[in-house]
Structures are given as C-alpha cells and as structure tokens.
Design a protein around this ligand. Structure first.
Ligand SMILES: *[C@@H]1O[C@H](CO)[C@@H](O)[C@H](O)[C@H]1NC(C)=O
Ligand SMILES: *[C@@H]1O[C@H](CO)[C@@H](O)[C@H](O)[C@H]1NC(C)=O
Ligand SMILES: *[C@@H]1O[C@H](CO)[C@@H](O)[C@H](O)[C@H]1NC(C)=O
Length: 181
C-alpha cells in the first residue's frame, strides 16, 4: 500500500516541481528584458518621380492633402544609420499615415520598421501613435516587434531636421528606446 502511494505521489511532486520551475523561469524572463537605444534617420520623398510617400485615398469630394481629415498616405521610406542619404540603409519604414482629426491638425501613424542589416535582418519594430502635424518633434509608441525585438515596448521620437519643398525631400532623426527579449 505504502509503495502504491509512493508511486502515485511521485508524479504529482514532479509536476509541482516542474510548475514551480516554469513559473520562476517565466518571472526570470521578464527581468531579462534588454534595452536597446537606436538613433536612425528616415528619408522621405513626398513627391517627384521617386516618391517614397504617396496619397492613396481620401474622402470623396474633399481635397486630399496633409491637412485634410481622412487623407491616407502610404510610405516606404529608407532608414539609414547616418544623416546622409547615402549612408548604409539599415531598414525601411513601411506603413500608413492618416490625417485623423477633423481640423486636420493631427495624424495617426501605423508603421513597421523592417530591418535588413546584418544584426537585425528580418526583425521588425511596430510603431503606432498620434502626432501634431505642425510640430517638429513627434513621439510615437513602439507597441511590438518580431525576431530580435519580440515583446518590444518603448517609444520613438521623430525630429524633422531638414525639408526641401522644391524636391519634397525630408530627413528626420528617430531616437528609439525599446525594451525587448
Ligand atoms: C538608453 O537611453 C536612456 C535614456 O537616454 C538611458 O537612460 C539608458 O541608459 C540608455 N540605455 C542604453 C542601453 O544605452
Ligand atoms: C529617380 O531614380 C532613378 C533610378 O534610381 C534615378 O535615375 C533618377 O535620377 C531619380 N530621380 C530623381 C529626381 O531623384
Ligand atoms: C537578410 O536575409 C535575407 C533573407 O534571408 C537574405 O537574402 C539577405 O542576404 C540577408 N541580409 C543580410 C545583410 O544579412
């Protein structure tokens, strides 16, 4: 009889030990979040033959433009490690901007930063948030990521450094602070 009980309790004890182990390793993982800071530069051509940003639609019968509610833009902007347009491309910023306030003053952005460099190749950071169209600096949430940036949370500030209205070229500095696995 005692032998039998021993045989029954043994797997239960084992299961308990495993449960405690997996709980503590999960707790451990949360403490092991890495912090990555990245300073990158995003280049955008909002017009011309090689535009990297374009209006795809807006409200029928209304003007489609930056300050018009409901205007939707798609972007596929190169992101480099240096300020210079010809410095190494590390990622593309691909996603959607929508003029999201009725007065046209604010925009909503949902953008994937798709990395292609050696270190982060194939990983992404997901940006989402709201910005004031006229402000020089915008802050967005980093709401997730994939690959090397799984479970990412954090934020990014985007500061417009240069805009040339004749060529529609702009460059902005992006400062990312991200916690991830
Ligand atoms: C990232 O930047 C923040 C704020 O400037 C700083 O507190 C932190 O130490 C930096 N982390 C790393 C890993 O450089
Ligand atoms: C557009 O891109 C093509 C191909 O890379 C290039 O030859 C051309 O000079 C570019 N045009 C402008 C205005 O930048
Ligand atoms: C990134 O990954 C793709 C697909 O696996 C591969 O073709 C490419 O050479 C890689 N680039 C770098 C810089 O490692």
């Amino acid at each position: 009889m005692a032998q039998n009980i021993k045989h029954i309790t043994h797997p239960i004890v084992l299961a308990l030990i495993l449960a405690i182990f997996s709980y503590s390793s999960q707790a451990h993982d949360h403490r092991q979040l890495k912090e990555t800071n990245l300073t990158l530069y995003i280049h955008e051509f909002s017009g011309g033959p090689n535009a990297t940003a374009a209006i795809v639609t807006g409200i029928p019968g209304k003007v489609w433009s930056y300050p018009s509610f409901g205007t939707i833009f798609l972007i596929d902007d190169p992101i480099t490690t240096g300020l210079d347009m010809n410095s190494p491309e590390i990622a593309r910023g691909q996603g959607i901007y929508v003029t999201s306030s009725l007065d046209g003053g604010k925009a909503h952005a949902t953008v994937s930063v798709v990395f292609s460099d050696k270190k982060y190749n194939g990983s992404t950071l997901e940006i989402q948030g709201n910005s004031v169209q006229s402000s020089k600096i915008a802050e967005y949430a980093v709401v997730g990521g994939t690959g090397k940036f799984r479970f990412a949370t954090g934020f990014v500030t985007l500061e417009v450094l240069f805009y040339d209205p004749t060529t529609f070229y702009s460059v902005s500095r992006c400062n990312f602070i991200v916690l991830h696995h």
